[in-house]
Ligand binder design. Structure first.
Ligand SMILES: [Zn+2]
Length: 148
């Protein structure tokens, strides 16, 4: 039977009793010949100063910390920068993954059809400007072949 299961999110909780460190409250209970609940109770009882709880407190939810929450975060969308001649590419990453997952890249790209640069929210897929019927942004500058 696994000793690490339970209310501690699977993380072993180390305890220290009389200066001896145990990898879990259960192992301390076995070594000391007392019950597991007695170990946890004494660790949280100020009268038992030689019992120290070194890990998370079981039975309580972890404190919410936005920097450690893995789900529900928006992707980091870079803001548009001034036209740079289609040089820079900025990654859009989904930080709900560890390491963060690359979703797409944004930047200025030349239109496949008219050649004019436009802002693209996905430089790999949106390579045609809106004016030419693509999913990219509106082109900047004049048409290379003159106005129609
Ligand atoms: Zn175009």
């Amino acid at each position: 039977m696994a000793a690490s299961t339970g209310a501690t999110n699977g993380q072993p909780v180390a305890v220290e009793v009389g200066g001896v460190r145990y990898p879990s409250a259960r192992s301390a209970a076995q070594a000391l010949g007392i019950g597991y609940s007695a170990v946890t109770a004494r660790c949280h009882d100020p009268r038992h100063l030689n019992y120290r709880w070194l890990g998370a407190t079981p039975g309580r939810r972890q404190v919410h910390d936005p920097s450690t929450v893995r789900m529900g975060r928006d992707v980091a969308e870079p803001s548009r920068w001034a036209f740079d001649g289609c040089v820079r590419r900025a990654p859009v990453v989904d930080t709900n993954f560890d390491p963060p997952r690359l979703v797409r890249r944004v930047g200025w790209v030349g239109c496949m059809t008219c050649g004019r640069p436009h802002w693209s929210d996905d430089v790999a897929r949106a390579r045609m400007c809106v004016e030419c019927g693509g999913a990219g942004g509106w082109p900047v500058g004049a048409r290379p072949d003159g106005d129609h």
